[in-house]
Write a protein that binds this ligand. Structure first.
Ligand code: GLA
Length: 740
């Protein structure tokens, strides 16, 4: 039993953690404990100690020691004496914003059911290791019901939370804020860890000590964004990759979000996460409901790798489509950096033919195949083939690609519209804008109003037709700008604040319909690279284009940061041309592949123009990747040496098979060093009692030795040798480790 109820107290247990809460004096829910597992027998009374504090509001005149600002709460409200930021706020029909929810009862569900119109985790009812608790509260005056939902995933040490509001009364209400979860931790000795960035430098790792007051990350861009990920971790000061306590929080949502930490005057740390209350409002009419997205929460006492493994296993087992998650993902060629908009059928077929001969499995035609799109000024919305470029139509090209024995994939940017398009002439009202205000372009394009059902229907028909015509195997779904002038011509004034969330619901609806109607099409999500890499997207599209920045050295930081939450099976990683198109850096073909192997491998350069020696190298690379594909895509990924530590000159990481008999580690050195110091590389995740060999290294090693002592790493070059023709910068080396 993972959920133990004692009177009005609840104990949610996973394999290694406990989460405790109970009903407070005022009928709301109180938070008692989250951390290492406590077992079945808990002294709850100790968590209910109250102390008198002068000059603070108390619950009632009689209960002078119940000061709400000193109590740890589960889903806190504002207005009755807790002056910290709340988890929600409701405006009642008289304009008041004071809620009085009282605990009613609870239900326990076996497994975990899906949420419906939002991405969500799931587990079958007969899954013995997953249970869901629904705690029901009622606001008696208004008839507003609140349900706090907790799904306990025992094996993955994960608790998934959300809240459901249902108006069972007779008056109109408005939600001003409805976050997914709030958690009060009993001290503040943590560092806050976040993943922040920009285009071409997504999910860089930042770590800072908590301080009194509010510290937060958020998005107001209507996408989870490259700027901030909907994730945060709280780690003890001494926590490293391999050891120490860390809490991880990740939101299953792709729109505006808030991830906030507030340290109060009593050293309590409040974490709140959910839809950003800024630019949010929801009319809750009688007999309607509002469901928040879900937050994944985990605790690990074995460092950041421990936290990441919980996330990786959870996403793999319970969130990403089971149809795809363990299926070998095809090695692809994408024509974008090879041709940009300048292609014709012959050019594409030349690339496809070379791709086939090198062992590539999927040909992806990127932007520029539709409407009159010869640059990024036109045609978004007109998803009909450009016959000037592809005179035999989409099916003509697709048939030839299929005949080569390759799968065929296409790029779409469904949410966008160009002013220079047939769609804009026909339906200017489908564009998000305010009629009497300036329209702000970005990448020369505008955004379709996905809150309108007819827009979603139109896109479904357009994309479905292309899928049917081409027997399509793969779609890259891009999203290349954020939303400005947020306004829908289809919504009344009082519902305009609903548009940001309604927009995302429209995006999810289109994804849901396409993936249900065409279950064999593999989706890869993208947003100017990795600008919408989140668990919401992964629910529909099992892989994401990690970044437009394909430079191997830049990718070390990007892939390292991304792996904090997401498993390797989700990360598109391509080998591209040099000088690199994003930063002009020149790295070897070997280094580029040695980084891209740790993800879903692809190539994105004009392979038809490669020299024979380079082609031969690519053949070997793809052979190697296919040999270890299951390991690279499904193995346990472990970060070893961080590109964020010290001068960041050395990064290493590895992937280990489930049975610990095979592992591959990568060691990357950015710049060569003169007269370098003594170096060893310590591995992790191996079986201490097994004997291993390492390709290219003499002798055998016990797993224990490889993990505790590591192996000696020789200098990159011998000073006495004739090295004049070489550069040793941007060096990469792989270690293939096998149990004897
Ligand atoms: C975005 C994507 C790229 C490519 C272009 C096409 O930038 O991230 O991979 O698809 O759009 O316009």
């Amino acid at each position: 039993m993972s959920i133990i109820v004692t009177g009005h107290d609840f104990n949610l247990q996973t394999a290694h953690t406990s989460y405790l809460m109970g009903v407070l004096e005022n009928g709301e829910m109180g938070q008692y404990y989250y951390g290492p597992r406590l077992g079945d027998k808990v002294n709850y009374a100790d968590f209910r100690h109250r102390e008198f504090r002068s000059v603070t509001p108390t619950l009632t005149e009689a209960q002078a020691d119940v000061t709400m600002s000193m109590i740890k709460q589960e889903y806190p409200s504002y207005g009755h004496g807790d002056f910290r930021y709340p988890a929600y706020q409701v405006t009642y029909d008289n304009g008041a914003r004071i809620s009085e929810f009282e605990y009613q009862d609870y239900e326990i569900e076996d497994g975990k059911s899906k949420l419906g119109d939002l991405p969500s985790a799931s587990a079958a009812a007969d899954d013995q290791h997953v249970q869901t608790l629904h705690v029901h509260l009622l606001e008696k005056q208004s008839g507003l019901q609140l349900t706090l939902n907790y799904s306990v995933f025992e094996d993955e040490d994960m608790i998934v939370r959300s809240a459901t509001f249902a108006n069972t009364g007779t008056t109109d209400l408005k939600l001003n804020a409805a976050l997914s979860a709030s958690l009060d931790l009993s001290d503040d000795q943590y560092d806050m860890v976040q993943l922040s960035g920009a285009w071409a430098r997504e999910r860089h790792l930042y770590r800072r000590p908590l301080t009194r007051g509010v510290q937060a990350i958020s998005s107001t861009r209507n996408a989870s964004s490259a700027q901030q990920s909907p994730f945060l971790a709280l780690a003890r000061k001494q926590t490293t990759e391999q050891a120490g306590d860390v809490y991880g929080f990740n939101l299953e949502y792709s729109g505006n979000f808030l991830a906030q930490v507030e340290v109060d005057s009593y050293n309590v740390t409040r974490v709140t996460m959910g839809i950003n209350p800024f630019e949010f409002g929801w009319q809750l009419k009688p007999r309607t409901r509002f469901q928040t997205p879900e937050v994944m929460m985990t605790f690990a006492n074995n460092g950041f790798n421990g936290m990441s493994h919980n996330f990786h296993r959870f996403l793999t087992n319970h969130l990403i489509s089971q149809r795809w998650v363990k299926k070998p993902r095809p090695v692809l060629i994408n024509n974008w950096e090879a041709t940009y908009f300048d292609f014709n059928e012959q050019k594409l077929l030349d690339i496809a033919k070379s791709a086939k001969s090198l062992g590539i499995e999927l040909f992806v035609l990127d932007d520029g195949w539709f409407g009159k799109r010869n640059d990024d000024h036109t045609s978004l919305g007109d998803w009909q083939v450009n016959l000037a470029k592809l005179p035999n139509g989409l099916s003509g090209l697709a048939n030839k690609v299929h005949d080569l024995g390759l799968q065929f994939g296409l790029w779409f940017e469904p949410e966008m519209i160009s002013k220079e398009s047939k769609l804009y002439i026909k339906h200017p009202e489908w564009t998000i804008h305010v009629p009497d205000r300036r329209m702000t372009p970005a990448r020369n394009q505008f955004v379709l109003d996905f809150s309108r059902q007819e827009v979603v229907d139109y896109l479904f028909d357009q994309i479905a037709a292309a899928i049917r015509e081409t027997h399509l195997d793969y779609i890259k779904w891009d999203m290349n700008r954020h939303i400005t002038e947020m306004f829908s011509l289809a919504l009344p004034a009082e519902q305009q604040e609903e548009l940001p969330h309604r927009y995302i619901l429209g995006v999810y609806q289109l994804y849901e319909r396409l993936t249900s109607a065409f279950p064999n099409v593999l989706f890869e999500s993208c947003s100017s690279g990795g600008g919408r890499f989140d668990a919401g997207m992964l629910y529909y599209a099992p892989q994401t284009w990690t970044s437009d920045d394909t430079d191997a050295i830049e990718r070390l930081k990007i892939q390292w940061g991304t792996s904090m939450i997401y498993p390797l099976s989700t990360m598109g990683a391509h080998v591209s041309a040099v000088p690199n198109h994003q930063d002009r850096r020149v790295t070897s073909l070997a280094t580029r592949a040695d980084v891209a192997y740790f993800g879903v491998l692809g190539y994105e350069l004009d392979i038809s123009k490669m020299a024979p020696a380079e082609k031969a190298t690519v053949v070997e690379q793809i052979k190697f990747y296919k040999q270890y594909r299951e390991l690279f895509q499904q193995g346990t990924f472990i970060r070893l040496q961080s590109p964020y530590d010290g001068d960041g000159n050395v990064t290493s990481w590895m992937v280990v098979s489930g049975d610990q008999t095979t592992a591959i580690a990568g060691r990357y050195q950015v710049l060569a060093e003169p007269n370098p110091g003594y170096r060893r590389l310590k591995f992790a995740g191996l079986n201490p009692d097994l004997q291993y060999t390492i390709e290219g290294v003499d002798g055998q090693f016990s797993g224990q030795q490889l993990m505790s002592a590591g192996i000696f790493i020789p200098a990159l070059f011998d000073e006495r040798a004739d090295n004049k023709m070489h550069t040793f910068d941007f060096d990469a080396k792989l270690y293939v480790i096998k149990a004897v």
